[in-house]
Design a protein around this ligand. Structure first.
Ligand SMILES: C[S@@+](CC[C@H](N)C(=O)[O-])C[C@H]1O[C@@H](n2cnc3c(N)ncnc32)[C@H](O)[C@@H]1O
Length: 269
């Protein structure tokens, strides 16, 4: 496991809590349809390079690419960066189900440790848990890794129910005000960078729902809560545990999700 990656991507029983979350959300299905539309336009010729930073189990990119397989591209080189040892096992299997035009390389390092040997036409960074204060430096480095007409695609949630859940309960657990990262924070950085760099920023979004299995599998509900709050259930004070369960009950187990996309295109001067 890379040094920057938390327990939420480690196997718990036979799956990580991130993968438990994936079983109950339509996020990847809905969001991958929007990503497919973007990639269809961006992967518009042969021999392009795509870097996916923090690929997870690879399912998000696989779903997207398989929706655009009809384009009959001959070759796209894809580098999947994934530092979690447990997720990488699944990533290796899922990468085999990428469409035939995708030539895939898996690199087990964090973004900070990654030293690319070439620049990229497309960089995808979806739901990466970077700290807010390092974002400007990280996004600048990603833009520097792009070819002169390359495009960075950032996916982060909007101010949705999961954002509200995270911000409320992480603040209580940490005993200080916490606001999980949203696409708006990323956009603020790109609009600032656009003052000094030749980039164009555009946006789109994808709505989905998380259906927590409150009637049948409270163990999975707790795992998903642990995924959101990056802390084991047993470590939460009793009153916070109770308030989390009441919050979920009030929502009838359904949390609305919105993925926000920032498309940051390099423009030539
Ligand atoms: C929430 S998952 C998102 C996976 C995938 N991108 C998606 O949208 O489905 C975040 C991923 O980022 C990886 N990750 C965390 N910190 C990272 C870092 N510093 N550099 C690269 N990947 C990182 C984790 O191991 C995990 O697989």
């Amino acid at each position: 496991m890379g040094k920057d990656v938390g327990f939420e991507y480690l196997d718990k029983q036979e799956e990580s809590v991130f993968e438990t979350f994936l079983k109950y959300t339509s996020e990847k299905e809905k969001s991958s349809a929007v990503l497919a539309n973007l990639l269809r336009k961006l992967l518009n010729r042969d021999n392009l390079n795509l870097l996916d930073i923090g690929s997870g189990n690879g399912e998000y990119l696989r779903l997207s690419l398989n929706k655009i397989r009809a384009r009959r591209l001959k070759r796209v080189s894809i580098t999947l960066l994934e530092p979690s040892k447990d997720l990488i096992k699944r990533l290796r299997l899922i990468a085999k189900q990428f469409p035939p035009y995708a030539e895939v390389e898996i690199n087990p390092s964090t973004f900070d440790d990654f030293v690319p040997s070439n620049s990229f036409d497309v960089i995808l960074v979806s739901h990466l848990p970077f700290a807010r204060d390092v974002l400007p430096r990280i996004y600048k480095r990603m833009l520097d890794m792009l070819n002169s007409d390359g495009c960075l695609v950032v996916v982060l949630r909007k101010n949705d129910d999961i954002h509200e859940f995270r911000s409320t309960f992480k603040s209580r657990l940490m005993k200080e005000s916490y606001h999980s990262l949203t696409i708006d924070s990323a956009l603020d950085i790109f609009y600032e960078l656009a003052k000094t760099r030749s980039i164009e920023v555009s946006t789109c979004s994808a709505n989905s729902e998380l259906h927590l299995p409150i009637a049948g599998n409270m163990r999975d509900v707790i795992s998903i809560v642990e995924f959101f709050l990056n802390k084991r259930w047993g470590e939460y004070p009793k009153d916070i545990q109770e308030d989390i369960l009441s919050y979920i009950e009030r929502k009838k187990g359904i949390l609305l999700q919105t993925d926000g996309f920032a498309l940051v295109r390099k423009t030539q001067v």
